[in-house]
Design a binder for this molecule. Structure first.
Ligand code: HEM
Length: 512
């Protein structure tokens, strides 16, 4: 039987029972899909979070129903729905979908952010939490500061390299914190290995990107078979992913065996295994490997996107930049950089950070959940196995909570006296996810974003470059589509604010 005939018959076999079952229940409104494939093409469309928000308005419903080849999908577009389901009913809304290509063939199942809900996930998350909760995250500040200083030096020398340098800053901070690795100033091996691996996550991480996700039996096709390019790609990517999870941890183990001091998360976790008697050592070492690798994946590109969003916003809303710099000058003075501990006296900078997380989201459609049991909400039936997509973008662009949501306006988080307004809606309610699976790296992330914003605004004026005719070059303001979104590269100038600022940038060189 030809592959395509086999696939069509299998789809009908799977979809028909689900379809007839579905008809018996009330479902939320949503666009009519095509026969067999359902809304597969709608979901794979670019900027799906905007499409979901548009449907939400068109159908006048904060919950939208879709299906991909028979799998029900519920898209939540309001804080009410995400709170009611993902927070209050977190015990049944915290599972993840296993995607054959991403998890099994390429090996991203090692990433605990994608693991199914259960004891193994809990063990991973507990270990991660020990080193990233708010009470301990300040022990990482020195590493965040060092990389934020190095970023100043790099963008001063070459503003066009902003995105690349942001990636080095974030990757280097995480590699130091997690594995005790001090990266090379250029072409670092470990950053290179991780970037190669993470590339395959972007390609395979969206549900339905590969036919084998819907028809796992296809994984048994031999690699040489026609139509099995996914297997050949998968094997290549798997080697990269394994290298990323294994190589840096092997270095930590080697250093520990040599008796070298290693003040890093992985070394502390490995050392703590000795005290445990409840599980075999090899099993716990594997958990440490997954937890450490996941920290890199979680932290590598996410803060990069938020800081790039901040730079873009400063170009588009220059008055915000001026107010933020005035606050820094008043509180910190001229000739020194602020520190994270000074955050309480710099509320406007904190508001700029919050607005950078809200204005354009790093993960606009969050990370999908899978239902573990049947549920009912507002009279709608939500069967086990359904996918739940939280449209975090829609939550943070809800005009009733964030008036003029497309405007970058930090004052929405401030009182009329300029203090942080504790009663204002906080983007943390959606941008870092929800309930039991909320991003456990968020404190580290916010410290990183805050400090980079504060350093950049202390030292530079962020300006549009001029074209040959003397006109400012406008940034397109466009974002990439897909699972993780960031601004498309744009032209920007970083001009030192003063001689004193220039001296601070020069002092920031730390590679010797
Ligand atoms: C701007 C920066 C960041 C954003 C916007 C962000 C956002 C998110 C989101 C939306 C999720 C999914 C939560 C859910 O399913 O509800 C997540 C999960 C996760 N993030 Fe972050 N994140 C950021 C930075 C980081 C950093 C720096 C780290 C590591 C140090 C990290 C580690 C993780 C981990 C380990 C998970 C998986 C949690 C789980 O499944 O239990 N993230 N993040």
């Amino acid at each position: 039987m030809e592959l395509i005939t086999f696939v069509v018959l299998l789809t009908i076999a799977i979809a028909l029972p689900l379809y007839s079952r579905r008809k018996r229940y009330r479902l939320p409104p949503g666009p009519k899909g095509l026969p067999i494939v359902g809304n597969a093409f709608d979901v794979l469309a670019d900027y799906e979070w905007l499409t979901y928000a548009k449907w939400s308005r068109e159908y006048d419903s904060d919950i939208i129903y879709l299906n991909i080849a028979g799998t029900p999908i519920y898209v939540l577009n309001s804080v009410q729905a995400t709170t009611d389901l993902l927070e209050k009913r977190s015990s049944i809304y915290s599972d993840r979908e296993i995607m054959t290509m991403c998890h099994e063939i390429v090996g991203w199942g090692q990433n605990f952010a994608l693991m199914p809900y259960g004891d193994s996930w809990r063990e991973h998350r507990r270990m991660f939490h020990q080193h990233f909760h708010p009470g301990v995250v300040d022990k990482h500040h020195a590493h965040i500061e060092k990389q934020a200083k190095d970023l100043l030096r790099r963008i001063h020398a070459n503003p066009d390299g902003l995105m690349k340098y942001l990636r080095i800053m974030a990757g280097a901070a995480i590699l130091r914190v997690v594995y005790g690795i001090d990266v090379q100033p250029e072409n670092d091996h470990y950053i290179g290995v991780a970037e190669a691996a993470i590339h395959s996550l972007a390609l395979t991480g969206n549900a339905g990107s590969y036919l084998v996700d819907n028809f796992p039996i296809l994984r048994y096709l031999p690699s040489w078979a026609p139509g099995a390019q996914f297997k050949r790609d998968g094997e290549r990517w798997r080697a990269q992913v394994n290298q990323m999870f294994t190589e840096p941890l092997d270095l930590v183990k080697q250093r520990m065996a040599n008796g070298e001091p290693s003040d890093c998360v992985a070394a502390t976790l490995l050392a703590s295994i000795d005290e445990r008697k409840d599980k075999p050592r090899a099993e716990l070492e594997t958990v440490v490997k997954h937890v450490s690798g996941t920290a890199y994946v979680g932290g590598a590109d996410t803060t990069v996107s938020s800081i790039a969003t901040f730079v873009l916003a400063m170009l588009k809303f220059p008055q915000v930049q001026r107010i933020a710099q005035a606050e820094l000058d008043n509180v910190i003075g001229i000739g020194r950089l602020p520190s994270i501990s000074e955050r309480p006296s710099l509320p406007y900078i904190t508001a700029v950070m919050k607005e950078s997380l809200r204005w354009n989201l790093v993960l606009p459609s969050s990370v999908p959940r899978k239902m573990t049991t049947d549920d009912e909400y507002r009279g709608y039936f939500i069967p086990a196995g359904s996918l739940i997509i939280a449209n975090a973008w829609a939550v943070l662009h809800d005009e009733t909570r964030y008036p003029n949501p497309d405007v970058f306006d930090p004052t929405r988080f401030l009182t009329s006296e300029g203090k942080l307004d504790k009663t204002a809606p906080d983007p943390v309610e959606a941008c870092f996810g929800f309930g039991r699976r909320i991003c456990p790296g968020r404190h580290f992330a916010m410290d990183t974003i805050w400090l980079n914003i504060a350093y950049i605004l202390t030292t530079f004026n962020i300006e549009k470059p001029l074209d040959p005719s003397g006109q400012p070059v406008e940034p397109s303001g466009k974002y990439t589509s897909g699972f993780l979104s960031h601004p498309v590269p744009f032209k920007v100038n970083f001009t030192p604010r003063s001689k004193a600022a220039e001296a601070l940038i020069r002092e920031a060189v730390f590679y010797d």
